[in-house]
Design a protein around this ligand. Structure first.
Ligand SMILES: Cc1cc2nc3c(=O)[nH]c(=O)nc-3n(C[C@H](O)[C@H](O)[C@H](O)COP(=O)(O)O)c2cc1C
Length: 141
């Protein structure tokens, strides 16, 4: 079994593209060491991250990520045990989809703000698996 956690957070004010790049460098190096895979979505100052791997390793990483000043307001959307890791091809994939794209992954019609989508995800954590599937499909395109 693989432990998978999906969380949202708010980027620090004035987070720049080079800052995002260095988060991805840290994530990819750190995850290689820890045997963790996943994806980082960045959309309108919101992070959505999927981390998967050994439960203890993911939980230890989560406590380190939680203290990172490059973001705040970290809230876990879902935690689950899955049969197989989904993102084995990526130490940390990155994508910045339009909010409409995320809405489509969640099966929502029309447009919605990122904050509305986040509220939905937190209210209906079962939808997190649709998010993970949507990200995976988008990465394969
Ligand atoms: C949004 C965000 C996502 C991150 N994702 C990861 C990650 O997937 N893996 C990782 O090792 N570090 C990640 N980091 C960086 C960690 O917070 C931290 O800087 C790093 O794990 C420190 O590694 P160390 O404890 O081995 O020195 C992330 C940071 C932010 C702000």
């Amino acid at each position: 079994m693989t432990y998978q956690v999906i969380y949202s957070s708010m980027a620090a004010e004035n987070l720049s593209m080079p800052d995002l790049e260095s988060i991805l460098v840290d994530a990819r190096e750190g995850n290689k060491r820890r045997g963790i895979t996943g994806a980082l979505v960045f959309v309108e100052d919101v992070f959505l991250q999927i981390l998967e791997g050994d439960r203890d390793a993911v939980q230890r990483l989560m406590s380190s990520i939680e203290k990172d000043p490059r973001h705040s307001e970290l809230h876990v959307i879902s935690e689950s045990e899955i049969d197989q890791p989904m993102f084995t091809a990526w130490k940390m994939a990155h994508l910045s989809p339009a909010p409409e794209q995320i809405a489509a992954w969640l099966g929502k019609e029309g447009t919605a703000s990122v904050q509305e989508l986040l509220a939905d995800l937190h209210r209906m954590p079962d939808q997190a698996s649709c998010l993970a599937e949507g990200i995976l499909t988008a990465l394969a395109e």
